[in-house]
Every structure is written in C-alpha cells, then in structure tokens.
Design a protein around this ligand. Structure first.
Ligand code: SF4
Length: 519
C-alpha cells in the first residue's frame, strides 16, 4: 500500500456503504461489483460509514462494529484490494466529524429538509424515532465524507444523486463565502443498477427479509432460488409464461449468458422448459459469480486480526489525506493549530519573529500538493509575518482584511498599496527559488523563499524601484497572459540576489524582513 498520500495522475473517486451486516446480491450488483472494476482506472477511497449507521441505530449500537467487519470481509472477498484502494472506517478518521461540524455552521436548514430521502425515510422506517438532529444532518455528513478527499467523481446509484447535488452546493457555498477553491465540485458517476428482485419478487432488501446473500453457500443460494416466487407465471407447467414478469427471469438477465437468457425466454414462452430446470439454471449462473466470493470470505474469516489491522492502517492513511484538506479548511476559519498567528499580537521581539520563520514544525506541509502548499504558506505569511498595522484597512466603517485576496489579484495594504505575493521552494536546485510574476502593475513584490535544507522561510518585500527597470523591459516582449520569470538565489557568502527574466541579479539581502516598502 502507498504510504504517503500524494496526488496521483488518476482521477480520485470516493464511495461508502453503511454497515448493515453481510451484503446481498443487490448491494453487489448495485455498487460493489462496479467498485471492483473502478480500482483499475481510478485512485479509489472506499469507506464503511459506521457513523451513518448510528443516525438510525443510535438506540442500539451493539451490532455496528460486527456489521462493519462483516462489510469489510465481504468487500475483500468480492475483490476490493487494499493494495489498490484505500479501504477505511469512517469513525477512525475524526476529520469527517470535524468537517461535518464546520459545514453545519454554513448550511441552511432548508437545504437538508428538502433532501428527498429525508421525508421518505422518516415515513418508511417505522419503530425508530428519526426526529433527531443526526438524522436530518446525515446528508451533510455525507457531503463532508466526500469533500474531505476532494474527489472528482462519486460513484452512486440513481437514488443518491440528490446527495451528490447537495454536496456540490455545500462546496460552492463554502468556496464563495470564503473566496477560496478548497473544494472542487465532484460529479456523480452513475452506477447502472439492474433490476434485481428478492425471493418474494419485491425489490431485494433486508427490511423485506427477501435477500440472497453475496457470500452464502451455493447450496443455500440454490435452495432460495428453488423456492423463489414466479409471480403467478405458469401455474400449470403446460401454460406458457412471460419471463419478463417473473423474478427468476430477472435473475437470468443479470447473471446468465446471452445464450442461456434467450433459450430460457423461448422455453418459458413455449412451455417447453420446466420452472424447476429454469430455476436450477438460474442458481448455477448466480453461483458461478458467488461461489469464489463465498470461498474467499471463508479464507478472510480466518484472518480477522489481520483484516482489522489492515482497516486501522488504511484508516490512518485516509486520515493523513483528510488532514491535507483540513489544514486548508482550518486556515479559512483561522483555527490552525500553531500559536504563531496570535504570538504576533503580543510580541514584536526578534526572537518571536525568528521563531515564526522556522517552518520545521510544519513538516506535514511537505506532503501537500504544490498549489495547496503555496496557499498554506501565503496564509501563514499573512498571519505570522505581515506586520499587523499593514494587515487591515478600513473603508466606510467596514474593516477589510488582506486575507480576502487571492494570489492572482494583488493584496492591498492598509495604505492601498498593491502587493504581489508568491512562494517558492528550492527543490530543483538548492538555494535557488523561481517565481512567475503576472504582467501587471504592483507597488511591492513579496517573494517568500522556503529553504528546504533548514526549513526556514526567507521573506523579501521588494519595492517597485528595485524591480521596475528589468520588469518593464521583460513585460514589453510578453504575449497576453504570459508571466515574467523571476528568480532569487543565495550565494555562499549568504547574499541574496534577484534576477528578472535572466538579467544579472541585484543584491536584495538588505530587503529581507524589511516591510518598510509596504508602508
Ligand atoms: S420458466 Fe423460468 S422464467 Fe418462466 S415462469 Fe418458470 S421460473 Fe419463471
């Protein structure tokens, strides 16, 4: 299994299931069989939603853990592969709860009340009091489950499309409210779910007690199909029947070969095939799929400890990926875990400032994708290094914060100076940092150099007069939307030089940490 969450070139997908115990053929055909295939083409996250189980089973949680393990064993038996997918337990990744809580602050009640399944399930699930906050909020927990991993796609059945739509709305609201792009809006990847009746002809569902288990023994499956309803077709075996009206006919359509389907249809319509033989054929077709899964399940049942360890390990891995998102979310709410941003209000001592430039405690940022790391660093700079009197400005009785500004726009200081802020890390070549500056007018550039070797941040506020001549020349030869390449390099004698569009560098060592140009 991969050890560090990195962005893969494949699109990321995420899906989950509530732990309701062993899976049935409906669960397999409606979701799991598809997930097994998706593993080849996508970066996959699959989770067992044990907190979701509590939204309806809160009064008796005694089976939740057993059901969780049962689902995991069925997933593994069916071919979900921890080498290729991250398979984890929702409650082992506390970031799901944290993000759900934060989303609950910004989500209007009406959005949740109008989710179609809310009213429907309240009416259908009898014997449980579902007038709880948890039940109303479960689609929002689902939105947090999804967005935490920033997936492009969410494989779902038709009945879950409304939940993905709510997820997109939550993402949109968050991004626009905080002027950020933390959450890409995921699309639903619709899983075709074939009509699969239960043994009594109704939809296969645990609540009807009509299921055929995915990992049941072939003899048990054959017996269930043998006793299956034919929905009133062919009361006498000499009567012709209609296989499109018979649940056994539907089983054939899902599991049998095209040849067997057409010979069954012919035999049924012409009364030349006995129902008993037809059912035996159907059972054989089903067991051809389920028998290897049944055997695999028995093998995995002998490895309960290893399976649980695997789930815990993969949950820890998922938690690392989730933490990448939460770093950005906490920054939005100014809930980051470092003291730095507060320290600045109490001390302006050199020592405090020096501490703030030491990034060694933020080694988790190293794992972030490049764009997120850059944003993280800019946010950090704004909270920890940018002098407080420059930070905020007031206009018509409203206090604005430079925090509102995104990278491509200039930040505005209290005195309305336009500053360009960019970050770079010297990975390609030690002590050399490269930047791309848009062809626009700025009064100050603030270039942040993240030095890999000692994990220190060097900050250079550079006034217009230093960069203007070379920048103006470079801009002349640019096409629309092209940017000017700028670099900073450090010499052995510990001097820093600024070079614009390949021009010989200017010594900018004296500008380090000097925020005068912003005033
Ligand atoms: S022959 Fe098969 S499809 Fe036709 S009624 Fe009998 S069981 Fe159903």
């Amino acid at each position: 299994m991969q050890q560090t969450p990195t962005s893969s070139s494949r699109a990321r997908i995420l899906s989950g299931m509530r732990p309701t115990g062993k899976l049935h053929l409906g669960n397999y055909m409606g979701a799991l069989a598809n997930w097994v295939k998706l593993q080849d083409d996508y970066e996959c996250y699959f989770f067992i939603a044990d907190w979701h189980a509590l939204t309806t089973d809160y009064a008796d949680p005694s089976r939740v853990k057993l059901n969780t393990l049962d689902v995991a064993l069925d997933w593994l038996a069916a071919g979900l592969d921890p080498q290729r997918s991250t398979i984890f337990i929702q409650s082992h990744v506390p970031q799901h709860a944290e993000l759900h809580l934060l989303f609950s602050m910004i989500t209007p009640l009406g959005w949740l009340e109008r989710v179609p399944t809310y009213k429907e399930q309240q009416e259908n699930i009898t014997g449980k009091d579902l007038s709880t906050y948890g039940f109303l909020g479960y689609p929002l927990l689902q939105a947090a489950d999804i967005l935490l991993y920033q997936p492009q796609l969410v494989p779902v059945g038709q009945d879950q499309v409304a939940h993905v739509e709510l997820t997109r709305e939550v993402a949109r609201r968050f991004n626009s409210m905080y002027k950020t792009e933390v959450f890409p809006e995921p699309d639903a990847l619709l899983t075709p779910s074939p009509k699969l009746p239960g043994t009594d002809g109704r939809k296969m569902s645990k609540s009807y007690g009509n299921t055929i288990g995915l990992t049941e023994a072939p003899t048990a499956i054959a017996f269930k199909i043998h006793t299956m309803s034919t929905n009133g077709q062919r009361i006498r075996q000499t009567d012709p029947g209609d296989p499109d009206l018979c649940p056994v006919g539907d089983i054939h359509k899902v599991f049998s070969s095209p040849e067997l389907i057409s010979s069954t249809q012919r035999g049924c319509r012409t009364a030349t095939l006995r129902c008993e033989s037809c059912k035996m054929d159907a059972a054989r077709s089903v067991c051809a799929v389920t028998a290897p899964i049944h055997e695999a399940r028995i093998r995995f049942e002998h490895q309960i400890d290893q399976t649980w360890d695997m789930l815990r390990e993969q949950s820890a891995f998922a938690s690392k990926r989730a933490e990448q998102t939460m770093l950005a979310v906490r920054a939005v709410f100014d809930l980051s875990h470092d003291l730095g941003s507060i320290r600045r209000y109490f001390t302006s001592s050199e020592d405090g400032q020096q501490k703030a430039r030491d990034l060694s405690q933020h080694s988790d940022w190293w794992n972030l994708p490049q764009d997120q790391r850059a944003k993280q660093l800019r946010d950090y700079w704004k909270s920890n290094l940018l002098p407080r009197d420059i930070q905020l400005f007031q206009e018509s009785n409203r206090v604005f914060s430079t925090l509102d500004r995104e990278l491509e726009e200039p930040f505005l200081t209290a005195k309305k100076k336009r500053i360009f802020v960019s970050t770079s890390r010297d990975v390609e070549q030690p002590d050399k940092w490269e930047f791309e500056v848009p062809s626009r007018s700025y009064e100050v550039w603030t270039l942040l150099c993240w030095r890999d070797q000692d994990r220190t941040l060097h900050d250079f506020p550079i006034p217009q007069k230093v960069f203007t001549p070379d920048f103006a020349t470079a801009r002349k030869s640019l096409k629309k939307d092209e940017k000017v390449s700028v670099s900073i390099f450090r010499t052995e004698s510990n001097h820093f030089f600024l070079s614009i569009a390949g021009k010989t560098g200017k010594d900018i060592s004296a500008l380090e940490q000097n925020y005068e140009p912003l005033n």
